[in-house]
Write a protein that binds this ligand. Structure first.
Ligand code: AHM
Ligand code: MG
Length: 335
């Protein structure tokens, strides 16, 4: 029985990464990311006792008030990534300008991240997360990050919740999940080749319905269709307001997540480089769809978008064929 309770052959994150690549710089990068996720997880868990709730008195790149934990998480990621020696340019939601790594520590990757997404949930202990995307350096300038999601080489998120869970994928690879085992301080491989439920999964729609009056008619119609029931079955509503938690649930259980372009936010709310593209890669490589909905004159795929600025936004409609198909049908009906 001791073999079941204690693992003498732990399938750690490092082991998985080393099995997938011979690129030692990529191994170092994943190692630095994992270190920062452990540090952030510790800060989130100790936020109450360490008095880390509340505002830091600053405003971030998109005009949001920064929380103490936002700033601390950002510092943890920047320090870990700079000192990994394998990054050249970092883009963080919390920094207006890109961070250029000093030459003596520079390497071949560019990383974009939202260090602590879902900040409005921090002070009431609701799940938050980190989201990241990785590109290879080209010319060592910020434009290196203004590339299509199709050029992203690695993307993922870490959820800080009842368990700390890292989900990521390499380009053209499978989606894998790792839980932090606090007894050994390591991420352990717990979910293999994660797949979006083939039949669409649970009937759940997830959106901030408080924006209903701003939505275009097809989005209103689709959400009404979910509520009225498809094939006679009304959908349940679930919306945490932390993208990592809402997407993690959608990936595991199924359903649809919608943050569309609307009259209030013509480009959507979520950031393309460190929210839209990485989540789109995860959902698509797990067999789901990550659509922009109607945006820039057509219905496109989030993973094919190219950012025109590091903090630009994009609309997001993510789910399986069953549910995203409902939204597409509503667009068709609207002409
Ligand atoms: P943040 O990066 O400032 O935390 O904002 C992003 C968050 C996402 O996690 C979440 O999906 C969305 O904003 C919620 O927005 P809203 O409060 O408009 O529903
Ligand atoms: Mg944030």
């Amino acid at each position: 029985f001791w073999r079941e309770s204690m693992d003498s052959d732990a399938p750690t994150l490092s082991r998985y990464v080393m099995s997938q690549t011979k690129d030692s710089e990529l191994v170092l990068l994943l190692n630095a990311l994992a270190t920062s996720f452990k540090l952030i997880a510790s800060a989130v868990r100790r936020a109450g006792v360490a008095q880390l709730y509340g505002l830091a008195g600053e405003v971030n790149s998109t005009g949001d008030d920064q929380k103490k934990l936002d700033i601390m998480s950002n510092d943890m990621m920047i320090n870990a990534l700079i000192n990994s020696g394998v990054c050249s340019i970092l883009v963080s939601e919390e920094n207006e300008e890109p961070i250029i790594v000093p030459v003596d520590k520079a390497g071949k990757f560019c990383v974009a991240f939202d260090p602590l997404d879902g900040s409005s949930n921090i002070d009431c202990n609701v799940s938050v997360g980190t989201i990241f995307s990785v590109f290879e350096k080209k010319d060592g300038v910020v434009e290196d990050l203004l590339r299509s999601g199709e050029e992203c080489i690695c993307a993922g998120y870490c959820a800080y919740s009842s368990a700390v869970e890292l989900v990521f994928t390499f380009k053209d690879s499978t989606v894998e999940g790792f839980c932090l085992d606090p007894t050994i301080g390591e991420f352990v491989h717990t979910r293999f080749n994660m797949q979006f439920p083939a039949d669409g999964g649970k009937r759940i729609y997830s959106c901030n319905e408080g924006n209903f009056i701003h939505w275009d008619q097809p989005i209103k119609d689709a959400v009404d269709a979910f509520k009225n029931g498809i094939e006679g079955k009304p959908y349940s509503a679930r919306y945490v307001g932390s993208m990592v938690a809402d997407i993690h649930r959608t990936l595991l259980y199924g359903g649809i997540y919608i943050y569309p372009a609307d009259k209030k936010s013509p480009k959507g709310k979520l950031r393309m480089l460190y929210e839209g593209i990485p989540m789109a890669l995860i959902i698509e490589q797990a067999g789901g769809i990550a659509s922009t909905g109607y945006f820039n004159g057509k219905i496109g795929e989030v993973s094919k978008l190219t950012p025109d600025a590091i903090h630009c936004k994009c609309p997001i409609i993510m789910g399986g064929h069953r549910d995203v198909g409902v939204v597409y049908d509503c667009y068709k009906k609207a002409g």
